[in-house]
Design a protein around this ligand. Structure first.
Ligand SMILES: Cc1ncc(COP(=O)(O)O)c(C=O)c1O
Length: 347
C-alpha cells in the first residue's frame, strides 16, 4: 500500500505538475520543473533519512535485482573476497551474482530453515565489503540491527524495509532498495552510497559501461539518461508523508505496535504458528502457517471473500504472508486477526 495522500498527489501531478499546466509524465526530464522534483526528492531523502553529504543519493532505473550484479561488478575483482550473510532467498540470489565476479565467503547463515537472522558472523580476513539483506521478504525475518563487527563497509539490500525505521548508516558503504514496497512504483531503486567507498570502486568499474557504474549516477545526478521521472516524484511524496508522520523513529514505533498485534495473536493461537523466531521477526512481512493445509486453504478463501488480497505466502515457501508495509493501517491488521480467530474457532 501507498499512503492515500501520496496517491492523490500523484493523480493530480499526472494532470498538472506544480501548476505548470503539464503533467509529470509529459514534462522533459531536462526542464526546470522536473529539476525541482529531483532536487526536492533528494533533499527529502537526506532530511528524513539523516543522510549527510558524505553519502551520494542515487536514483537508478531498475528494481533491486540488477544491484545483485552491479554491486560486485563495481566493488569486487577476481581474486578478491566479499562476505555475505545468507538469510534467505534474496541474499542467496545476491550471493549467486557475486560468485560470477569474485570469491564469496558466507559469514553467517540462517539455512536451511531461515527462521532467524544469525547473532554471530565469522568474517573473512579482508573482504571488500559485507553484504546483508535487512529484511528477508519471503521468510519474514528482519535484522534487528546491522550485523556486528563487519571488517569492511556494509552493503545492505533494504528493498523491503527501507524507511520503516531509521536508516542503518553506521559503517554503511552502500544501501540499495527497489522502490516498490515502501517507496513508490516498481522500476526504480534508491541507492545511498558513501562517497569514500564509491571512490574505491572507480578503478575496477572503469571497464563497465556508464549505466553499470554507480559513479556515473553520482557524477551526473542520476541524469546520465532519462530517469524514471514519475518514480522520483512519487518517492518524494512518500518521504514528505513520512516527514509529516513525525519521521522514522515515530514510524518505527508505529510499525512495531502494528506488527505486535499479529505476532501476539499468533503466539497465543493453538492452530496458527509464526515462522520467524522472536528477535528476528519482520515488522513488514509476517509469515505463518496453519495446523493443516485445509485450514490454510479455508483462511485464504475467506480472506479473498473479505476483500483481503495477497495473503498467500511466496510461491517458493507456501503458507501465509501478511505484508504490512509502512502505509498499511493497524485496523487492517486487526481485521486479519479477527478473521484468523474466527477460522480458528470454527475449526
Ligand atoms: C529484499 C528484496 N531484494 C530484492 C528483491 C527483488 O526486487 P526486484 O523485483 O525489484 O528486482 C525483492 C523483491 O521482492 C526483495 O524483497
Amino acid at each position: 500500500m501507498l499512503p492515500e495522500p501520496v496517491l492523490r498527489a500523484a493523480q493530480a501531478a499526472i494532470w498538472d505538475l506544480d501548476g505548470s499546466g503539464i503533467g509529470i509524465l509529459e514534462h522533459s526530464h531536462r526542464g526546470p520543473e522536473f529539476g525541482r522534483v529531483l532536487e526536492r526528492t533528494e533533499r527529502l531523502v537526506r532530511e528524513v533519512g539523516g543522510v549527510g553529504d558524505e553519502f551520494a543519493v542515487l536514483f537508478v532505473t531498475a528494481g533491486a535485482t540488477p544491484h545483485f550484479a552491479m554491486v560486485p561488478q563495481n566493488f569486487l575483482r577476481r581474486g578478491e573476497t566479499a562476505d555475505y550473510c545468507h538469510t534467505g532467498v534474496w541474499s542467496g540470489k545476491a550471493m549467486e551474482e557475486a560468485r560470477r565476479i569474485g570469491d564469496v565467503h558466507v559469514a553467517c547463515s540462517g539455512a536451511p530453515a531461515f527462521t532467524t537472522t544469525p547473532t554471530h558472523a565469522t568474517w573473512s580476513a579482508a573482504p571488500r565489503y559485507c553484504h546483508y539483506t535487512s529484511n528477508e521478504t519471503i521468510y519474514g525475518t528482519q535484522w534487528p540491527s546491522p550485523p556486528a563487527g563487519a571488517p569492511a563497509p556494509l552493503v545492505c539490500d533494504a528493498s523491503s524495509d527501507i524507511f520503516s525505521r531509521p536508516l542503518p548508516l553506521d559503517n554503511l558503504g552502500l544501501l540499495y532498495a527497489g522502490a516498490q514496497k515502501n517507496l513508490g512504483p516498481s522500476g526504480i531503486s534508491l541507492v545511498i552510497v558513501r562517497r569514500s567507498f564509491l571512490d574505491t570502486a572507480r578503478a575496477a568499474a572503469a571497464e563497465l559501461s556508464p549505466l553499470a557504474r554507480y559513479a556515473t549516477y553520482a557524477d551526473e545526478q542520476s541524469m546520465h539518461n532519462t530517469p524514471n521521472t514519475f518514480g522520483v516524484f512519487v518517492i518524494g511524496e512518500v518521504l514528505a508523508w513520512i516527514r509529516d508522520q513525525g519521521g522514522l523513529a515515530q514510524l518505527e514505533a508505529h510499525n512495531r505496535r502494528k506488527a505486535a498485534v499479529l505476532y501476539d495473536f499468533l503466539d497465543a493461537s493453538a492452530v496458527w504458528r509464526g515462522h520467524a523466531a522472536p528477535g528476528s521477526r519482520s515488522m513488514m512481512n509476517v509469515t505463518f502457517r496453519g495446523a493443516t493445509p485445509e485450514l490454510e486453504g479455508k483462511l485464504l478463501a475467506r480472506a479473498r471473500a473479505a476483500g483481503m488480497s495477497g495473503l498467500a505466502g511466496h510461491r517458493s515457501v507456501g503458507g501465509m504472508r501478511a505484508s504490512i508495509y509502512n502505509a498499511f493501517p493497524e485496523e487492517g491488521v486487526r481485521a486479519l486477526v479477527q478473521l484468523l480467530d474466527e477460522v480458528e474457532r470454527e475449526g
